[in-house]
Write a protein that binds this ligand. Structure first.
Ligand code: NAP
Length: 343
């Protein structure tokens, strides 16, 4: 079946993640761009809040945040929405990274994790976090100790389930194969301590590496998968122009795929997404195809596109009704590999 279903209710279909079968909207909302990593984020609080409400209205229930975003202001913003409609949302936040004067540092000490959770609960204006994710493992602390502290938070009723972020694998990307080998080794270790409900990692048409080993590893164990940066930091939406430039506080100002040269070199990927979109209707967008591709990777996968704009939240939620055909998926699998790496 092709095309976007336009009739009936507007609510995004549900997916279940993890052994506990937590139900969430099939397309979530990444709240990071509202307060962090993208230019202009900090000045657009009210607009961002409207975007969160729009997501909840549409059934995009999973709101992904982190104490580090802002820092802290992103959780405060999400908390304003949760205060009014906690029952409509599935709140997923993260612990384990601290923003210092010069750089970001990991902290996985058990006492810190417990204090950080209490602080997140206060900022989020809730008494329970649905999914508490380890943002980064602390190389100074055995991951079992950090995870053990997080498990105690579940037993204390402050957290419903635990998740693990598999980011920061740039070194692995340099060496090519086995990008997520180290992550899988760590996941095996934490699984001995307490079940992992969801893994969060980058997954998109232009960064498909998680599909090689990590995604199947999760699927075999009934672990959910949250696809971060599903729109390639906005590139895959086709709304960015090569050479447009980014403010210094925008992560893309330093991202090797966002130089004018690399954005131009990667245009065939957007062209391919647009070609598939056109087959499904005039109003179908490359962003929706990019998200539908993620949804087609398995029933345990939930993309969390980041946005602070109601119009994008609405468009992204509707990607849940776009069904890609075998022809679409074959074509997308043949798109050129993205150029520009962190090497
Ligand atoms: N665990 C981790 O370490 C980690 C790392 C990175 C990201 N994440 C999570 O993953 C989420 C998603 O990643 P991301 O936000 O960096 O990247 P993304 O979802 O790939 O792209 C976000 C960018 O795309 C734009 N956008 C969104 N929908 C659009 C549409 N339909 N048309 C045109 N532009 C659109 C947004 O603009 P506007 O902001 O103007 O709406 C924003 O600039 C984050 O919010 C965060 O929750 C986690």
């Amino acid at each position: 079946m092709g095309g976007l279903e336009r009739e009936g209710h507007e609510q995004v279909e549900r997916r279940t993640i993890g052994a506990a079968a937590l139900a969430v909207g099939a397309v979530g909302l990444g709240c990071m761009p509202m307060s962090w990593a993208y230019s202009g984020s900090r000045q657009r609080g009210e607009e961002s809040l409207r975007a969160v409400h729009r997501a909840l209205d549409l059934g995009s229930t999973l709101l992904d945040t982190a104490d580090m975003y802002g820092p802290f202001t992103n959780e405060l913003l999400v908390g304003r929405a949760l205060k009014e409609r906690r029952q409509d949302a599935f709140v997923s936040t993260k612990v384990g990274l601290l923003v210092g004067e010069q750089h970001i540092v990991a902290n996985g000490r058990p006492g810190y994790v417990k204090r950080a959770c209490d602080a997140s609960l206060r900022r989020l204006q809730t008494d329970v976090i649905d999914l508490y994710q380890l943002h980064r493992a602390d190389p100074e602390v055995p991951v079992e100790e950090t995870w053990g502290a997080m498990a105690e938070l579940v037993r204390a009723g402050k957290v419903r389930a635990l998740g693990y972020c598999a980011m920061g694998a740039r070194g692995g990307r340099r060496s090519g194969a086995g990008l997520h080998d180290a992550t899988i080794r760590q996941l095996r270790r934490v699984q001995q301590v307490f079940p992992v409900t969801a893994v969060q990692a980058e997954l998109s048409v232009w960064s498909p590496e998680a599909g090689d080993a990590l995604l199947p590893w999760c699927a075999e164990r009934g672990i959910g998968f949250l696809a971060a940066m599903p729109l390639g930091n906005g590139f895959l939406t086709g709304t960015l122009t090569p050479g447009q430039g980014f403010e210094p506080d925008d992560v893309r100002a330093r991202h090797p795929r966002f130089t004018a040269e690399m954005m131009a070199a990667n245009q065939p990927i957007v062209v391919g997404l647009r070609r598939v979109a056109r087959r499904h209707g005039e109003d179908v967008t490359p962003a929706q195809v990019a998200l539908a591709w993620i949804l087609a990777q398995g029933p345990h996968v939930v993309p969390i596109p980041g946005s602070k704009q109601e119009r994008w939240v609405t468009q992204n939620a509707r990607a849940a009704t776009l069904r890609l055909t075998e022809r679409d998926l074959t074509e997308l699998a043949k798109l050129p590999r993205a150029q520009g790496s962190w090497e």
